[in-house]
Design a binder for this molecule. Structure first.
Ligand code: FE2
Length: 286
């Protein structure tokens, strides 16, 4: 039986409250999975945590973890990283949703986990937005545009990264040839791989069989497949509607958040010194 529950917002997210004597590992995994499927986001608040408990708890929902190689993140260990350590805001995005499913280790995660190690008092909120509701509340013309015209993400992998997938160029090309949405690639003289991924900004959720607006438009600034830019008034509309639907997570020490990456966008506000959030990225076992 789960501890005390509370809605984070009317449509998105549930808070599971614990206290200093509660052990998060005693929560019923199947109940949490059901809550996650219906809520899209579960915030565990008040439970005593550390990096080991974070690792062990998240492992119970996971087949394997992904790592994101980024100079702004620090590797903690056991598949745990920090989020980007610079202090600027990050706009709404789906995590790694510019990637197709290339291999089991190079693809977007199903679940993003954040664990609040420390936070400044009045800044650095993580922002979330229900992609299902966002899609529904866009104007018909914008919705139709994103449902009919695919985006083109221009991707770049240095040799060190693609060598973690394959030994040589021929093997990488074979993998890309089999990957849905990948139509062109090239290597430059220093062996960096440049490739395009063409995909819709709208995709089905993993649970509840709905369509969600989930993509990396604001971070990637990608064009449409035909290389035409996304019109500024369309970007303005998405910004306006997503801002209206924002569900903020105002961090408390030891908060642990589980986000459905197929349904929710996430981003963050600027933050003052003292923000330390750990992240793990799951391929779910359910
Ligand atoms: Fe992210």
């Amino acid at each position: 039986m789960l501890a005390k529950l509370e809605s984070l917002s009317p449509d998105l997210g549930t808070i599971v409250h614990g206290n200093a004597r509660d052990d998060i590992s005693q929560l019923d995994v199947d109940e949490i999975k059901e809550l996650f499927k219906s809520s899209g986001l579960v915030l565990f608040r008040g439970f005593p945590l550390d990096a080991d408990k974070f690792r062990d708890f998240t492992s119970r929902f996971t087949n394997h973890f992904l790592l994101y190689y980024n100079v702004h993140r620090k590797y903690i260990g056991d598949g745990t990283q920090t989020v980007e350590l610079f202090d600027q805001a990050i706009p709404f995005h789906g995590e790694l949703t510019y990637l197709p499913t290339v291999t089991p280790t190079l693809r977007p995660p199903d679940i993003i986990w954040f664990y609040c190690v420390s936070h400044p008092p009045h800044s650095g909120e993580t922002l979330t937005c229900d992609g299902v509701r966002l899609l529904r509340e866009l104007s018909e013309s914008t919705r139709n545009l994103f449902m009919s015209k695919r985006l083109k993400y221009k991707l770049e992998h240095i040799a060190e990264l693609w060598h973690s997938l394959a030994d040589n160029r021929e093997q990488v090309e074979e993998i890309l040839r089999r990957t849905e949405g990948v139509s062109s690639w090239r290597f430059d003289d220093d062996d960096t791989l440049y490739w395009d991924h063409v995909t819709l900004a709208v995709r089905p959720t993993r649970h509840q069989n709905q369509l969600a607006y989930i993509n990396n438009i604001f971070c990637s600034r990608c064009p449409f497949e035909d290389d035409t830019p996304i019109p500024p008034d369309v970007l303005d509309e998405v910004s306006r509607v997503s801002e209206r639907l924002t569900v903020p997570i105002r961090w408390e020490y030891n908060d642990l958040v589980m986000i459905d990456n197929s349904r929710c966008l996430h981003g963050r506000k600027w933050h003052a010194d003292g923000r330390m959030i750990y992240v793990r990225m799951s391929i779910a076992n359910f």
